[in-house]
Design a protein around this ligand. Structure first.
Ligand SMILES: [Zn+2]
Length: 97
């Protein structure tokens, strides 16, 4: 990688909103590599790859990859142990079986 510039994870809002009905930029994620927990909006996002690459701000390991083609998208979250997504209280949620 020759260009090390990045933007913050807020730029993921539009691309991820296309896939999910929730705002994942307001989600909290845990880095699989170093265990840091923080807002996905703080990821360092590199957009110079064939897609978007979100790196942990603490250890720089990849937490998220998003590649978009005209008719599909690939989301790789294997660098994140979990995502915690805030949900509106006024919307119905699935009942346990
Ligand atoms: Zn990390």
């Amino acid at each position: 990688m020759t260009d090390m510039s990045y933007v913050d994870g807020n730029m993921l809002d539009g691309p991820l909103r296309e896939l999910f009905a929730v705002d994942l930029s307001s989600a909290t994620g845990r880095c699989e590599s170093c265990g840091t927990v923080g807002p996905m909006a703080r990821l360092h996002v590199y957009s110079h790859a064939p897609g978007l690459v979100g790196r942990c701000p603490a250890c720089t390991e990849v937490m998220l990859r998003l590649v978009r083609s005209p008719d599909r998208a690939w989301l790789d979250l294997r660098g994140a142990t979990f995502l915690e997504v805030p949900m509106p209280l006024d919307q119905p949620h699935p009942r346990p079986l």
